[in-house]
Write a protein of this length. Structure first.
Length: 121
């Protein structure tokens, strides 16, 4: 019965590993959906910004306050997107270059794409 018990223990270990990987895949998928939602919201905000500037120019109104609000909102969304992308990279055991956005191995010192030093990130 010793061999059978070893097989059962090995099977349970394999199931646990597969379960953890599946859970990690689901978490990464959720983060990617969140990143896509943020990108869509950024696009909408850019559209709103363009419409605000257009309307202001057309009517000769000062829209600087509305423009600043739109810019602040877009910057906040970009910060959220960067945080989500960093979480995805961490789960994939990668690091993201702040210069170009390229994913690099966790132990890389310089970006594989642009050459920027990653420890400055």
């Amino acid at each position: 019965m010793g061999i059978f018990e070893d097989v059962v223990v090995n099977a349970k270990t394999a199931v646990n590993v597969v379960g953890k990987k599946a859970g990690q895949f689901v978490d990464i998928s959720k983060l990617r959906i969140s990143a896509a939602d943020l990108n869509n919201e950024i696009s909408k905000r850019f559209e709103t910004l363009g419409r605000t500037i257009y309307e202001a120019k057309k009517t000769d109104n000062d829209s600087s306050e509305l423009v600043n609000e739109c810019i602040t909102a877009i910057d906040d969304l970009y910060e959220q997107l960067d945080a989500v992308n960093e979480q995805i990279a961490a789960m994939r055991e990668k690091q993201v270059c702040k210069g170009c956005g390229e994913e690099n191995p966790q132990d890389a010192i310089y970006c594989n794409k642009c050459g920027r030093k990653l420890s400055e990130n």
